[in-house]
Write a protein that binds this ligand. Structure first.
Ligand code: MN
Length: 541
């Protein structure tokens, strides 16, 4: 059969897919970047694709490719309904999390969301399981474990094998069956929570057009956001202690505007929630590219930085409908299910009004939560570590990066530390980045053993600094660039130039929400390499 020759390898089987696409222009993955990985669990995806005609692409991972059907009316859980499914060419595995826009004029031009995703198992497929053989025979029974699609399905070929195969897709009458279930009533992406319309309106967010398939699925071209207008800021200033503020096209209910959120430093005025909201709106256009497409862990201090704070991850029930969010498919019951995703600037202002003083975005993106996009180095001072000691450690890391030819960008934490973020190409795991950072930091720390402790327990560190590689793990975070920190004066974790390590006026908490925007206006965003220079980490030692 033309569409699935079990004897052909993934490369040859993808030839019809490649012939129909111009990879210099289309943002779809080419499947041409190295050997296709056959994963040990079988994945499936259903993409809602608005091309010339709306259809749902139902794709099963089989033998290293995505075997695919176009289902015009979409899959259903209704066991009384059979859906026509047209076999289309196999797609490369990289396509499994594609969500974005295919340019007009290209094959399949239109917008695509990941409508459902999960794993599947062949049923009655023999021993060993042979779904390829079942397909060739024209009947595949399978169990789906997705967000929307669950239970036993069957795919049955109704016509002759060949290039335009017609199949039926149906749900068996099991405990997952739902009468009258219609895909169109469940229109949001399971990846981003967005609809096709929302993806179409902002297609750059989840796809990049000029990179090979292995990178394209996770690298973003961030949208450019305009800063709040003077009128919008004046509107905030004119509000009394609470009210409705329209900013970035959203109307937000803002509260407790005159509450002191940060005690003053010296003779400065204290910093109120109004000041914090103004800063969150002002910094949002610069910060959004670092937050978009990532789950956010909020560090909330509803009573201000002078009172204890707490982590808040679950999007609360009272959050506005427009607030972008992501449901973590790996979350166990009792764990956070729905995370805030700051895909638009108003969402950051919402978080600040919610009392989130400190913003922590995940190191991975929601479309590949197990793949970090940065390696993180955290120079964490101990009780006896002086600022000079910390600078010694930072300069040694600078030397190491120069020697390795690796791009890393430093920032002061706004408290006492320095971090270095290292942009990486997609594909690495957290285990790999953690080991890389551990190896690098051990060798740097070995130069100044009197400054560094490797003890796990703080109490056993003798007040020495820790080179912390353990934050290189899923759902562990470091504070985002440009985030305020809960301390008097509202210090901000601020990117610096490597040369500033030699500036005697540099302080780890010297930049505040009152000064950072001016600094950016003068110096630009010194952290951008972290987004724009993905690199393969060289082997160490
Ligand atoms: Mn399609």
């Amino acid at each position: 059969m033309a569409t699935s020759d079990p004897g052909a390898g993934p490369s040859r089987r993808l030839a019809p897919y490649r012939r129909k696409r111009d990879f210099a222009r289309s943002p779809e993955p080419s499947g041409a970047s190295g050997p296709v990985q056959v994963s040990d669990r079988r994945r499936f995806v259903v993409q809602r694709h608005r091309a010339r005609r709306l259809h749902y692409d139902f794709r099963l991972e089989i033998d290293g490719v995505l075997v695919s059907w176009a289902v015009p009316k979409g899959p259903t859980l209704d066991p009384k309904v059979r859906r026509a499914a047209f076999r289309v060419e196999d797609h490369p595995l990289e396509y499994i999390d594609f969500e974005g826009v295919i340019p007009a004029g290209q094959y399949g031009g239109g917008d695509v969301i990941v409508w459902d995703a999960g794993t599947w198992q062949p049923h009655r497929a023999g021993d060993p399981p042979d779904p390829g053989g079942a397909l060739a025979a024209g009947e595949l029974h399978l169990d789906l474990f997705g967000d929307k699609l669950r239970g036993r399905f069957a795919l049955v070929r109704t016509g002759p094998a060949g290039s335009k195969e017609q199949w039926l897709l149906l749900h068996k009458n099991d405990q997952h069956a739902v009468a009258d279930w219609n895909a169109e009533q469940h229109p949001r992406s399971v990846l981003s929570g967005r609809t096709n319309d929302e993806v179409k309106a902002d297609p750059h967010r989840l796809w990049r057009s000029d990179v090979p398939a292995a990178q394209a699925a996770v690298t973003l071209k961030p949208p450019a956001w305009d800063p709040p207008t003077p009128d919008e800021l004046a509107e905030l200033d004119a509000l009394r202690s609470a009210g409705r503020w329209t900013v970035f096209g959203r109307e937000l209910r803002v509260t407790n505007l005159d509450k002191v959120m940060f005690a003053p430093r010296g003779r400065e005025a204290p910093i109120t929630k109004r000041d914090l909201l103004r800063y969150s709106a002002g910094i949002a256009p610069v910060l959004l590219p670092y937050l978009a497409g990532r789950a956010m862990n909020l560090h909330r201090y509803p009573d201000g930085a002078q009172a204890p704070g707490f982590w808040h991850k679950e999007v609360p029930g009272h959050a506005p409908d427009w607030l972008p969010r992501w449901r973590n498919p790996d979350a166990d019951p009792g764990e956070t299910q729905n995370y805030l995703v700051v895909n638009e600037p108003a969402a950051l202002v919402w978080a600040a009004n919610f009392g989130a003083l400190e913003w922590h975005a995940w190191t991975s993106r929601i479309d590949s939560p197990h793949q970090p996009t940065y390696a993180l180095i955290d120079l964490d001072p101990g009780d006896t570590t002086t600022w000079e000691d910390l600078l010694v450690l930072a300069r040694l890391h600078r030397t190491a990066f120069e020697h390795l030819g690796v791009v890393g960008r430093p920032k002061v934490t706004g408290r006492r530390g320095i971090q270095i973020w290292v942009p990486i190409e997609p594909g690495a795991t957290f285990d790999q980045t953690r080991r890389w950072v551990q190896t690098l930091s051990r060798s740097v720390g070995g130069v100044v053993p009197e400054l560094v402790s490797w003890a796990w327990q703080v109490s056993e560190r003798r007040g020495l600094a820790r080179l912390d590689y353990t934050q290189n793990a899923i759902n562990k975070t470091l504070v985002a660039p440009y985030s305020p920190r809960p301390a008097p004066g509202a210090p901000v974790s601020t990117p610096i130039d490597w040369d500033e390590l030699d500036d005697p006026t540099l302080k780890p908490d010297g930049f505040t929400i009152r000064t950072v925007l001016d600094r950016i206006a003068e110096r630009g965003d010194l952290f951008r390499d972290v987004l724009d220079r993905p690199q393969r980490l060289p082997p160490l030692r």
